[in-house]
Design a protein around this ligand. Structure first.
Ligand code: IPD
Ligand code: CA
Ligand code: CA
Length: 274
């Protein structure tokens, strides 16, 4: 893997920030004014004009600054030079279901994967006016102030967050059993509806851990860097190195990583609850 210099990463971080803020402004503009809410394929997988216009705003920023890079955008797919080692993974509106229902918990997420490793991320939550940022080796911030993960080291004292992918009605591997198991073992498991913010909230210590399956690189690329730079750990469920295209990840404050990984690997079947 080749390394980008700190100065280079800072430039990319500023580009990611500009793009996330531009998308966030659009999310504010269309809030409560949606005219077109459509299903993309699976029931509940929504797309609105806010997703499309926010994505266009991000693409405009990237095309101005880094036209030679590759892009993976949720609504537009793959764009740019497929041979480039730089891949921007962008989610213009993470939390579309929340947004369409006017539940104010959504964000724009812009991540840069270099040689297969997420290295730069900016996540902007326009409803709480919070900007989370990080680049490899440069630390993580919220609103430009350093953040760190929590210090909770026992599952029974922890607060976790998770989510359920749009294919949840089609597969038994839908995270329901994991949700029950960990709800019993912890102080609670939240389901926020915006994976990028779930990661950002692990990074700043609001929750102690997050796991989910069925995610896409655009949901997590930015958040993975932010958690790692805030001192947390992000891996596959079994603790092995994260494969960002597997859709499955475990992100924690580090202290809980082994115990949460152990529990995810020994989840009792759903029938044993209730
Ligand atoms: C979704 C959210 C949600 C997660 C889903 C994602 P979208 O993204 O991040 O929290 O559970 O798996 O697809 O569709 O709102 O961009
Ligand atoms: Ca998303
Ligand atoms: Ca989205």
């Amino acid at each position: 893997m080749s390394h980008s210099s700190a100065e280079q990463l800072e430039i990319f971080l500023d580009i990611a920030t500009e793009a996330a803020l531009a998308a966030g402004a659009i999310l504010k503009t269309y809030w409560g004014k949606l005219e077109a809410v459509e299903e993309k394929g699976r029931p509940g997988d929504l797309v609105t004009e806010a997703d499309k216009y926010a994505e266009a705003a991000i693409l405009k920023v990237l095309q101005r600054h880094v036209p030679e890079h590759q892009i993976l955008a949720e609504e537009s797919g793959r764009l740019g030079d497929t041979n480039s080692k730089y891949l921007w993974a962008i989610d213009p509106l993470d939390g579309t279901t929340n947004y369409a229902h006017q539940y104010p918990f959504s964000a724009a997420s812009v991540g840069l994967i270099i040689d297969g490793v997420p290295q730069v991320g900016a996540i902007f939550d326009p409803f709480h006016q919070e900007l989370f940022r990080a680049a490899a080796g440069l630390g993580a911030t919220r609103d430009r102030l350093p953040i760190t993960v929590s210090q909770t080291s026992e599952l029974r004292k922890s607060l976790l967050v998770t989510g359920f992918a749009y294919d949840r009605r089609e597969t038994k591997d839908n995270n329901y059993a994991e949700f029950c198991h960990l709800t019993h073992l912890t102080q609670g498991v939240r389901r926020s509806g915006a994976a990028s913010l779930d990661l950002a909230h692990v990074a700043c210590g609001r929750v102690d851990g997050f796991w989910e399956r069925g995610l896409s690189p655009w949901d997590i690329a930015a958040g993975v860097v932010i958690v790692r730079e805030a001192g947390g750990q992000v891996t596959a469920y079994d603790g092995s190195p994260l494969d960002i295209s597997s859709g499955r990840l475990l992100a924690t404050n580090g202290y809980l990583h082994d115990s949460l990984s152990t529990e995810l690997l020994r989840v009792p079947p759903l029938e044993s609850w209730g």
